[in-house]
Design a protein around this ligand. Sequence first.
Ligand code: NFE
Ligand code: MG
Length: 518
Amino acid sequence: MSETIIIDPLTRIEGHLRIEIKVEKNKVVEAYSSGEMFRGIEIILRDRSPLDAPMISQRICGVCPQVHGTGSVMALDDAFGIKPAKNGRIIRNLMLGSNFLNSHILHFYLLSALDFVDITAVLDYKGMDSRLIKIKEWIKSDIDSGATNAGSPFLPRYDGDYIKDHELNMHALSSYLKAIEIKRKCHEMLAIFGGKVPHCQTLVPGGVTCIPTVDKIMAFRSRLSEIKNFVEKTYIPDVLTIAKNYPDYFIIGKGATNFMSYGGFPEDEDNSGWLFPQGVLIDGNVSDFDSEKVEEFVKHSKYSSGSGLNPFDGQTTPSPFKDDAYSWIKSPRYSRNVVEVGPLARAMVSYHANSNNSLNILLKSALNELGATPESLVSTMGRHAARALESKVLIDRMESWLDELVPEGPVANDFKIPFVSKGKGLIEGPRGSLGHWIKIENKRISNYQAVVPTTWNGSPKDDDNKPGPFEMALIGTPVADYKNPIEPARVIRSFDPCLACAIHVMDLENDSVYKFKI
Ligand code: NFE
Ligand code: MG
């Protein structure tokens, strides 16, 4: 006898993701991941000037706009047949790095840690910190009013196996508050070169429009050093503490076990070297990435056509009521393989490519500290650890990129919009591999396709009926209490899905639906 649990929407912010799982004997046996929103930016871009693409495509998302802007100008560089100026490439990396740090810190503290930390510990707080007093009041009034799904940013919450140690919970709460301040610094840092956040103003084909003056470099460096201090002394230790308290989550939530990275943060103007290596890891073997092998499938997606096409020829033909379709997300596959993307994928590709880079050195020392094997990283907790560790690697490199900038030097190369052309921009965003593909005819956009990280990870079953990475990670996940499905929520949140969320629990036998926003 199986029961169906529906989590809809699932994330605390970031869009509409619906997860439906079938549970038998307290284990997930079947899973469906559905994107519940139609985006359509690709259609908006048709027939416009290619120069509009970096501005408009950033509006795909308020959390990761920078990677869309960067992928988009890289697609234009490619289509226009130009390379960025060195200063321009470095400033693009610095802006994208600022957004990575904001996104990773946001994800851990504001979106995920509350699945482990018991925020009600603050009810015992007797000190004078006005922020903690305020939080205590919010939570008290939520509890007094019987709220389960509204109120302060900390609710709703499940009855779950939260951390019991009072000191640890209070420490996590103080880290949470500090994280909000540090997130602001990340935004300020990006705005030094980007003009504003979100949706920066300074990305152009051939580079950027902002000049790296000495005062801008100094302003950036001082914020970066504060963020570095937080990542080293708070973020990484907090992730390791939670990991040590939840060893089961190094087993739960394995997922696709195949991984892909387009290469993160170009280290040269030819896009031939990256801070986070490029590659594909399938069945434990690393191979070179080949963009021709990327195809999208739509058998179970709400589009009427376009299965098996490379994104250059991709189609966006909405069909909301199509039979057997349960998601607005397409199913991208690499050589028809299901691959996971994101911080864990970057770590696994890097690890198996066996390069002696700083990410690998840090991974090895963290595994040592946790007494964990590289295999156990392929898990819910491994995704959190990989995200924290790559933040440190990124910060160290951002410091040296600042040294490589030529103050007041040129930031962009000239370009001409070609009459007919095409180009692609492949890059790593906080949540994984992002590609923008553009075709130009009559100096206008004739086709534009973006395949985003959550499309890879949150995809529905493909034309071969192979489940997507979220779906795979859910299979076998324990659910101790059907009315509090915190385990599947933890699994999916570890991917940092960019959609928005709640969970309904449906008891098929009694035909009753319990709704839980998580
Ligand atoms: Ni909206 Fe994004 C990242 C991109 S997610 S957050 O990272 O591109 O799919
Ligand atoms: Mg798309």
